[in-house]
Design a binder for this molecule. Sequence first.
Ligand code: BGC
Length: 411
Amino acid sequence: MTALAAISVFSLNAVAASAGPQAEVLHWWTSGGEAKSVAVLQQQFAGRGGAWTDMPVAGGGGDAAMTALRARVLAGNAPTAVQLKGPAIQEWYEEGVLADISSVAEAQHWADVLPASIAGHMKCDGHWCAAPVNVHRVDWIWANADILKQNGIEMPTTWDEFNAAADKLKAAGITPLAHGGQSWQDATVFETVVLGLGGAEFYKKALVDLDHDALTSDTMKAVFDQMRKLRGDVDANFSGRDWNLATAMVMNGEAAFQIMGDWAKGEFLAAGKEPGKDFLCRSTPGNGYLYNVDSFAMFNVEGDDKKAGQDLLAELIVGPSFQETFNLNKGSIPVRSDVSLDKFDSCAKTSAADMASSSADGSLLPSYAHGMALRGAQAGAITDVVTAHFNSDMSSDEAVQMLADAVANSM
Ligand code: BGC
């Protein structure tokens, strides 16, 4: 081949490559288990000729990612696809910046394979504006199996049992609770206590309907009492610690328990740990199920290559093959009702069974701490109080008053 011919073949290839689907994807999946999971999407996207530009923004729970997103949109340069959840999808839709992905959703029959409650979060004014990835359960306790065995402790089924186990562990010189003092982690623990001590109806009144009586009730005071107890169960270095480092403490035998959503299971699995053998899972004490559905919204962008990238991403994300492989890594369960759970572990099977039963009895509830229940301003107001209480000697009486005031001011 002459040099000239080689150059023109090269440039033809370059043109072909740049005309393929393109996506710049903003997400916060940077821990071991998370990175392994998002790699599944990158591989499938590349396998269909897509060019992926990664925009990871580290920070569990996604607060930093959301700040980065706002800056990009304000600068008039939105990413193609963004990890976005719950009411935040509607908030961005109202700003007029989300793309309509109904053509893909309809061609792929999403309405037939997604539970109606989840499909509702993915729609904006009747059309599809986000693609759901998974169902994470938030209300889980993870435990180091050896530590529990050596100390004659069973997985707690009530908060009293949890407290008794924690006292026993402390007396044996073991940190009962691995926790990272970041506000979203405080909120994660808090909402499981609200559900556990108050029950599903109370959770809904307090953290979904923001009912003043529920927020200032004796039950809510008992929740803050329990948070105070838990504050005494964490080690001295908890402040600012990332959630996956807290999970590692349980893995390495530096602490007995962690209260965290099942993305923590993704960390155990990525480290080669086995459920039932190395670590144990059980829902936090109480009845109900706090769901947290990850999803991707597509932003309005120019260019057929980017639009093709959005369509391809949406198709892959809800596709059965991605749903299985991704969720096996991520610790969550597939959002599609027609994906077999045969390859999933016992924690995932429990999650799916509990989701079905809680959906039937009305205790399937959106996680406030993970952006499924409330708009950003309200959720933020609650979390500020939860964190302020956890990191001070504020009384439960003061906390409920502050909670009610903060919620009222956020409306
Ligand atoms: C997300 C998970 C993620 C976790 C920790 C949650 O809000 O839904 O996908 O693994 O935060 O970053």
